[in-house]
Design a protein around this ligand. Sequence first.
Ligand SMILES: [Zn+2]
Length: 344
Amino acid sequence: MSAFELYPWQHEAWAQLMHDPARLPHALLLTGEPGIGKRRFADRLAAWFLCEAADRSTAPCGGCDGCRWQLAGNHPDFRLLSPDDGEADESEEGAKPDTKAKKKSAIINVENVRELTDFVQLTSHRAGSRVTLVCPAEAMNTAAANAFLKTLEEPPQGARFILVSHHWRRLLPTVRSRCRVFALPQPDLAAASQWLAEQGVVDPALHLAHTGGSPLAALEDASAEWLPLRASLLEHLGNPGALDVLAVAAEFDRAKVEMALLVEWLQKWVHDLVSLGLTGKVRYYPDCREALSRLAPRAAGMTAYAERLFDAKKLAHHPLNARLVIESLLFDYLAALKSAGSPR
Ligand SMILES: [Zn+2]
């Protein structure tokens, strides 16, 4: 793969952005669904700003000092502001966290932004641009966002800001309004499937279903180390009569499954149960259609349970007793099925 390559579904957006490069704004907000490759697009744009090739057209050359430093991850005129700072290369943007819970901050705090402000105010080492990438921008807490806003409002000469956001509505409106919003596309099923097949994924459509259509998440879905755990959970959910809650909770506790991931699997299952009853459609787990169909007639209590899961998701990053939380989620699942009427 050559340097700073785009995903196949991004070429049109890139061409559109580069239609008149001289008029690119100093602050650009890249928006779109998680797992569509916004980060890669942003990295290419950052490299383009830092490229020093005399004949630089609308793509970073990949060979000049600026490009090579950027590729090596040590360009002096580039800063990444990210809660995953230092680990940012480890996983693609939008990819799911891995099974083992890692200790890392989920927010960008005001101290991080203050360091950035010092960087932005300096003159460029290479007499060119100074580029800041904020990813994801919604990770800034309010104090951080307000501090960042000051920098955005009075940008020094040559300062460029690229903000990446999966949930742009969560940004401070004042920050949003200082940026040009540029929405990146989600590939259609055919394009996403073709790309996944090229990566060696055997059943692209199934993995795209599991992730709601995000190709990067689907790629991980095809090979993640937690796959057997999810398969086990879905198996249990599909056989509520035989579900031994205490044993299953202990199993998942031992495996140290990240709570947010577990809740998400439950949410998708419940979504499919309800959707199957209402519209006959299964969105996320077409491979479990049979079990879902058996349970769909008993899904009336699932709407309340979905709200329960929504609350659980909000608490998923807090250090609660995982085993107890899983037990209570599974007991509530069984109760929601019973409340719907006569079990068969
Ligand atoms: Zn270059």
